[in-house]
Design a protein around this ligand. Structure first.
Ligand code: AMP
Ligand code: ZN
Length: 111
């Protein structure tokens, strides 16, 4: 399978890694919309929220709690931030490997 986020998770593709454990990798979005824009990504290949199995409950919970922790660590918890899952093409999903966008710290405006 030729999945770029699987490659990042396996360290076969370069990325700016913010956090990593056995099950989750967090890296900076290559095209950030906000000053802090991280992608909280399970190492296991899951295509999207539509493809979650019952066994993935703890994983999704861990991703949300990790977002909360990183938001605090990177100083955006107080002011506020966005957590976004794009689901399918109609939902704006481009990369077919589940990831949670953590965005805060102010918008980056590109002219
Ligand atoms: P989406 O599938 O719409 O939720 O968004 C995929 C996100 O992945 C976009 O915000 C891209 O900028 C980002 N992205 C794509 N390729 C890479 C990469 N190699 N490293 C980091 N971020 C990436
Ligand atoms: Zn993948």
């Amino acid at each position: 399978m030729n999945c770029i986020f699987c490659k990042i998770a396996n360290h076969q593709q370069e990325s700016d890694i913010v956090y990593e454990d056995e099950k989750i990798i967090v890296f900076k979005d290559i095209n950030p919309h906000t000053l802090i824009h991280f992608l909280i990504t399970p190492k296991k290949h899951i295509k999207s929220i539509n493809h979650l199995k019952e066994d993935d409950r703890n994983l999704i919970s861990d991703m949300v709690f990790l977002s909360k922790k990183l938001a605090k660590e990177y100083g955006i918890a107080g002011k506020g931030y966005r957590l976004v899952f794009h689901v399918g093409r109609g939902g704006g999903q481009i990369i077919d490997h589940l990831h949670l966008h953590l965005m805060g710290g102010g918008e980056i405006v590109n002219e």
